[in-house]
Design a protein around this ligand. Sequence first.
Ligand code: NAP
Ligand code: MG
Length: 402
Amino acid sequence: MEKIKMQTPLVEMDGDEMTRILWQMIKEELLLPYIELNTEYYDLGLKHRNETDDQVTIDAAEATKKYGVAVKCATITPNKARMDEYDLKKMYKSPNGTIRAILDGTVFRAPIVVKGIEPCVRNWKKPITLARHAYGDIYKNTEFYIDKPGKVELVFTGEDGEEKRALVQEFKAPGVAMGMHNMEASIESFARSCFNYALDTKQDVWFGAKDTISKTYDGKFKEVFSHIFEEEFKEKFEAAGLTYFFSLIDDIVARVMKADGGFIWACKNYDGDVMSDMVSSAFGSLAMMTSVLVSPYGYYEYEAAHGTVQKHYYRYLEGQETSTNSVATIFAWTGALRKRGELDGNQELVSFADTLEKATLGTIESGKMTKDLALITTLENPVVLNSREFILAIKETLDTLM
Ligand code: NAP
Ligand code: MG
């Protein structure tokens, strides 16, 4: 069989620990035999980030702007223990944070649905995609404890000297207070990302906020979404047979529980944080979740939602058997290859991505899976495979489908 060619390079960001091991296996067994893989390689492994003073992360994000599509392996976000372990020059920021700041995006996460791994919510038949706004609110707040009577005020001082002042609370006794903000431009780019992603994946958009209580703050979110939808997306949605609908966040939560899935749930930062954990665990496992950063300027970065699976890596280093689930990392590759294929009009590449996903799901549905899935599957007598065996089993299925 002739290998599939790629016109434009994919930005490849390698990573750390167990996912770095899986990365290599996936390339060797599932990609290189079928594709003349054309990637621009950036090593975001912590050792190389340290050698380059983290410049490699910035270069990788800039390359994503140049080519449009990237695939990223999970990476270590350094903490105190990692400083010692890797003898780091400094405590570098989260690579995902650095990349998001450069690409200005929204993160979309969707469960990978497979027969035999059933959602706890019986009526969820199709995946629910969570779109989390990743800027501001309580994640960039200022807060303090008040230990005596007094008043807390919100004060705005304009550069032109204008002052706005509002009473938050007259404290007669100890309490707590907090200030937070968001940016109109960030909310606008969040809205555009959601609507573009909806058109891309042919799904409706649901958005919930608490504008009845927070008339100005949450009201601004509602207003921006509505304005951008009306001005820029309404006709495209109508043509695609899609809808956008806004409701109170509590009403949305109730509807989500009763729905059968297959839509995008746009969430403010905190709602997205909490609800994505609820949705993913209800669907089965962290390793059965796709994750893509979509920038409003049309750049895409695909990754696995989970981390580097450190515990498994240490076992691997000791020569012990590991049964690490590579599905999310495989789907990061297929997502990126499909998008690259679509942008380049490369149908062969798109079909290959579809087939590899089919082979991956088919392998699990035939009862061959890693330990994390074997523990929760409804299939009888699942065969538990180690990390490499699972990838080889997918290759076997893939070869029958090709
Ligand atoms: P983790 O890598 O997500 O793993 C936590 C636990 O979840 C594992 O010990 C394992 O449970 C289970 N798990 C996660 N992925 C799995 C998979 N593919 N197959 C099977 N089991 C899986 O989180 P962590 O160990 O807390 O973090 C390790 C490193 O990842 C940290 O340095 C963190 O900074 C980094 N991180 C990176 C990203 C990213 O790059 N996107 C995201 C999160 C964390 P059992 O041990 O019970 O098998
Ligand atoms: Mg969370």
